[in-house]
Design a protein around this ligand. Sequence first.
Ligand SMILES: NC(=O)C1=CN([C@@H]2O[C@H](COP(=O)(O)OP(=O)(O)OC[C@H]3O[C@@H](n4cnc5c(N)ncnc54)[C@H](OP(=O)(O)O)[C@@H]3O)[C@@H](O)[C@H]2O)C=CC1
Ligand SMILES: CC(=O)C(=O)O
Ligand SMILES: [Mg+2]
Length: 585
Amino acid sequence: MTSDSASVLDLDTKTTVGGGVEDAYGEDQATEEQLVTPWTISVASGYSLLRDPHHNKGLAFTEKERDAHYLRGLLPPVCISQELQEKKLMRSLRQYQVPLQRYMAMMDLQERNERLFYKLLIDNVEELLPVVYTPTVGEACQKYGCIFRRPQGLYISLKEKGKILEVLKNWPERSIQVIVVTDGERILGLGDLGSQGMGIPVGKLSLYTALGGIHPSSCLPVTIDVGTNNEQLLNDEFYIGLRQKRATGQEYAELLHEFMTAVKQNYGEKVIVQYEDFANHNAFELLAKYSKSHLVFNDDIQGTASVVLAGLVAALKVVGRTLAEHTFLFLGAGEAGTGIAELIALEMSRQTKAPIEETRKKIWLVDSKGLIVSSRKESLQHFKKPWAHEHEPVKTLLDAVKTIKPTVLIGSSGVGQTFTKEVAEAMPSFNEKPVILALSNPTSQSECTAEQAYSWSEGRAIFASGSPFDPVEYNGKLFVPGQANNAYIFPGLGLGLVISGAIRVHDEMLLAASEALAQQVTEENFANGLIYPPFTIIRKISAHIAANVAAKAYELGLATHLPRPANLVKYAESRMYSPLYRSYR
Ligand SMILES: NC(=O)C1=CN([C@@H]2O[C@H](COP(=O)(O)OP(=O)(O)OC[C@H]3O[C@@H](n4cnc5c(N)ncnc54)[C@H](OP(=O)(O)O)[C@@H]3O)[C@@H](O)[C@H]2O)C=CC1
Ligand SMILES: CC(=O)C(=O)O
Ligand SMILES: [Mg+2]
């Protein structure tokens, strides 16, 4: 008797080769060469309930639930609260000294008990953000091949060309509201990590839920794999992606187009597609192309711009003057640098009524070849051209700082330690309170550390960084660095788009998000040297951002959820996912 002839519907028991009873699905007795069908049970109860991360509560199942759901004997006798589970897990997490071990423990928890994972993340956000997000997620992506256990998102590679719609249907959830997609080419400041970039969409989406209250089952992480140019990964036996050089040009464009088309076809017009960590030679084009037809948003260009503008607007309360009275110098003229520069120029133009071509002149950028000036215009990438102002060529950042004399210095180069002692010392030589933002991630790529910024500026810098730094004591005073990271913006922005049913992202919404964030910075925060509110109140912040964004969507006629709720903050809060356990009948 072979499994070929045994129908899966024929439930008669038969004796197997080994003498046991054949299972109904023919699997136990199949030999290596025979094909089997991976049937699963779809109603979660008993053992399968314990293995279902969406519904599992572990030891927190009540006596009644254990009876009703066939759990008797599958758990030890004790019933404990979610709070006690949280306490126990935090204690065991803190015992790991190696950040990657904490990351893996958190990923295991997410796979085992989703609500408990989010309860931990929400209640201990400042402690766990660096674990599930930057900097540790960077190391996790670098080692993703070794630590890979279970897929946490969809991998769409060149092999899936022509079948992407079918691939989307393989994902177990139907009702998707947010997709974060990367092609892995510029993962943080770590470069091309190919398929191993998956850690980024997974991490970003866990923040959508924890910080912005989007339901986890409506989040879909996607990695588009068109190969990698990272030789080390191509030669790594544990690499999980396509082992080929990156596809470019038409082949790349066609795969991306098929993906974008399939997304709209499968999930409709109101699914948010957040582009994350694409290299700039694709990122600007994708955003320009699909923002006309889809609800797309580039976090590195737009989210970063919104968070930095918020920090700067807040900083004006400490450093004085209006935005237009400041001079900005960037190290790094890519997605983050030019994205931020453009939103600052837009806001200045809004405030002063001067044309944006004029306000851009207050902003200067340095790339790997030096200051961006008009004599370089012909050879510049299109996104740098608006910043090519009249000036003689300047080769180094230090010379640019000395010549331009910026009041605000922003690092968005992806290269660590580029704000040298000389650069950081030059800033306070012509500024009472220089603003220094070291945005590059992860920590290893930060343009300078918090300690360097405070000590080199003799405690005068207003400093924030993309990855977190601990407070620094300098000359007997405690300085608390803020975290200028787009994680403040995208969860609330996403929630605002969802609750209003917006169909497009508009620059005005980025300004609305930025304004809401800046409003959340208190006098107490300023007194501590902070230009951002603490992450501990991020859900409140996200509700305010969501409300401002939704209000703008209604104002611009881009909202489809009608009528408009009267109190948008309350409405946003009411729509946020809670990680508390539900009771089962
Ligand atoms: N804090 C936050 O929320 C965010 C932080 N980031 C971080 O910002 C960094 C940059 O990201 P992104 O803008 O997308 O990257 P891009 O690759 O688009 O841009 C990098 C820019 O830096 C320039 N650059 C590289 N090396 C040097 C150098 N040694 N000296 C001067 N300029 C240099 C590049 O110059 P050239 O053009 O000549 O090659 C390019 O203009 C990353 O580390 C990323 O993690 C990004 C988004 C959000
Ligand atoms: C924070 C972020 O999006 C980045 O570093 O790319
Ligand atoms: Mg990013």
